[in-house]
Design a protein around this ligand. Structure first.
Ligand SMILES: [Zn+2]
Length: 307
């Protein structure tokens, strides 16, 4: 008991003194059981996700993209969703006598779903079998025979996304590194480096809610969206006479242009998906291809502020 208490005290001290920046997480935005499962299934399919560590890093993303590309999955965006899970588990059965990658994957997916398969050891033992049967029974899968085939894989991976999903709408400002993460895709079409500060600073802040909505804009107009200015350091922002409290400094604004699309067209759609837009002193709302500022602030008075 004393050990437990000491541990608890120790943990509360660590928590009390950890400096966790508000709304900021590490560049590996997806970690944990589902990532482990994807890594083991990639390895099972002959792809190398690097160290199996439950973290979505460059090697894992590249292995997913290679797998998707080889299996005709479009887009090959490095995000494991329903179609990629289906391909990764196609023809894979976990049952009596199974061991290795596929069993590890099933064990991690059971954990992810809240079922304990006992020790995560890549071996199909009694605990794993019982956890599968309990999961199957709870999901109405018949027979609940403890064998993981196509239907059970589908249920185990239902709603599980590894990578950054363009359909998510949560607002989280993620800190990236231009060097380490620049070529990563954070949505189907946008790479981290597109948001980089124009002064070449390695740190890049991006609100996922901004990136996801820029992707929606791209999808809506069906044209590439140029980020003329994304993240700005405070120093860079002041050097170009940006507003003192600019949302660019927080990674929550982007100045964008789209060939053949006017500011008023961008604003109308951007407002409809919850982005605020700047009205300029010299506005030219109907001229195509001009740069338009959008950001994630409250849109209660859209069309009504200047940057
Ligand atoms: Zn701007």
């Amino acid at each position: 008991m004393k050990k437990m208490r000491d541990l608890a005290v120790c943990l509360s001290i660590i928590l009390a003194f950890s400096i966790i920046p508000a709304l900021s997480v590490s560049a590996n935005v997806y970690t944990g059981n589902a990532v482990y499962a994807a890594q083991y299934l990639l390895q099972n399919a002959g792809y190398n996700p690097g160290v199996i560590d439950g973290a979505y890093g460059d090697n894992t993303q590249n292995a997913i993209i290679a797998f998707q590309s080889a299996n005709g999955l479009n887009p090959s965006d490095g995000i494991v969703g329903v179609n990629t899970w289906a391909k990764l588990t196609a023809g894979v059965t976990v049952g009596s006598g199974s061991s290795g990658n596929a069993v590890y994957a099933a064990q991690y997916l059971l954990l992810n779903a809240g079922y304990s398969p006992g020790t995560i050891d890549g071996a199909y033992g009694t605990n794993t079998k019982n956890a599968i049967m309990a999961f199957q029974s709870a999901k109405g899968l018949t027979p609940s025979d403890g064998i993981v085939g196509v239907n059970t894989w589908a249920k185990l991976t239902a709603g599980v996304t590894v990578g950054i999903s363009a359909s998510a709408t949560s607002s989280t400002v993620v800190t990236y590194s231009l060097n380490a993460d620049g070529s990563k895709y954070i949505t189907t079409n946008f790479q981290v480096k597109e948001f980089a500060c124009k002064d070449g600073t390695d740190t890049i802040l991006i609100d996922t809610a901004l990136a996801q909505r820029l992707q929606k804009i791209r999808d809506y107009f069906g044209k590439s969206v140029t980020i003329v200015s994304g993240y700005r350091t405070a120093a860079y922002n002041s050097s170009i006479n940006g507003a003192k409290d600019s949302y660019h400094i927080k990674g929550q604004a982007a100045d964008i242009s789209i060939s053949g699309v006017s500011r008023s067209q961008i604003r109308a759609y951007a407002n409809s998906i919850g982005l605020s837009c700047e009205i300029y002193n010299t506005d030219n709302p109907n001229t195509a291809g001009l740069t338009q500022h959008v950001d994630t602030r409250d849109i209660s008075s859209p069309y009504n502020f200047h940057e």
